[in-house]
Ligand binder design. Sequence first.
Ligand code: HEC
Length: 163
Amino acid sequence: MKHFFWITAFAVVGVVALQAQKSNAPAPDHLPANWRNWTHITTGVIYSDQHPLFDPFGGVHHIYANAKAASVYRNNGKQFPDGSAIVFVLYEAKDAGGMYVAGKKKVTAIMVKDSRRYSRSYGWGWQAWDASGKRLVTNPVEQCANCHLAQKERDMVFSQWVP
Ligand code: HEC
C-alpha cells in the first residue's frame, strides 16, 4: 500500500513536470523601445476570409527587423544570428475611399533569436501584445512556433526582403 502511494506520487510529479516543461518555454516580456526605427522589410494586407489567417491576422501588417536581422534578409540568408529581432505589427485595414490604410493597431508580435535562452522554442523567443499592451503568449510553441515551423529551412522566418 505504501509503495503504491509513492509510485503514484512520483508519477503525478513526473507528469506535472513534463507539462510545465512543455508550456513554460520562456518568452520575451517587453518590446524593444526603438523597434519603430528598425528597417522595414515588407507589408501585407489580409483583406478577405479567403485567406486562412483572416480571422486572427486580418488587416494591414508591416514587418520590421533590427540591424542584425535586416542584413540577413537583405542577403537572402537562411540563418539568423543571436541578437536578431523581428517585429510584426498589425492594424485594422481602414478603407479610405478605395485605398486601404492602417487603422487602429490590433497586435504587435516579436521574434527574438537567442539559441540558448529559447532553445525550447526553436531558438526564437515569441511574444505578442494586444492594442492595450496585454501579453498574449502563454505557450510559444503551440501559439506561434508550430505554424512558423513550415519555414524551418529559413530559420522559421516567412517574410522576404522586398527591394
Ligand atoms: C497560422 C500561422 C501563424 C501563426 C500561428 C503565427 N504566425 Fe507569425 N507569421 C505567419 C506568416 C504567414 C508570416 C509572414 C507574413 C508576411 O510575409 O507578410 C508571419 C510573420 C511573423 C513575423 C515576421 C517574421 C516572419 O516570419 O516573417 C513575426 C515576428 C511573427 N510572425 C511572430 C509571431 C508570433 C509571436 C506568433 C504567436 C503569437 C505568431 N507569429 C503566430 C504565420 C503565423
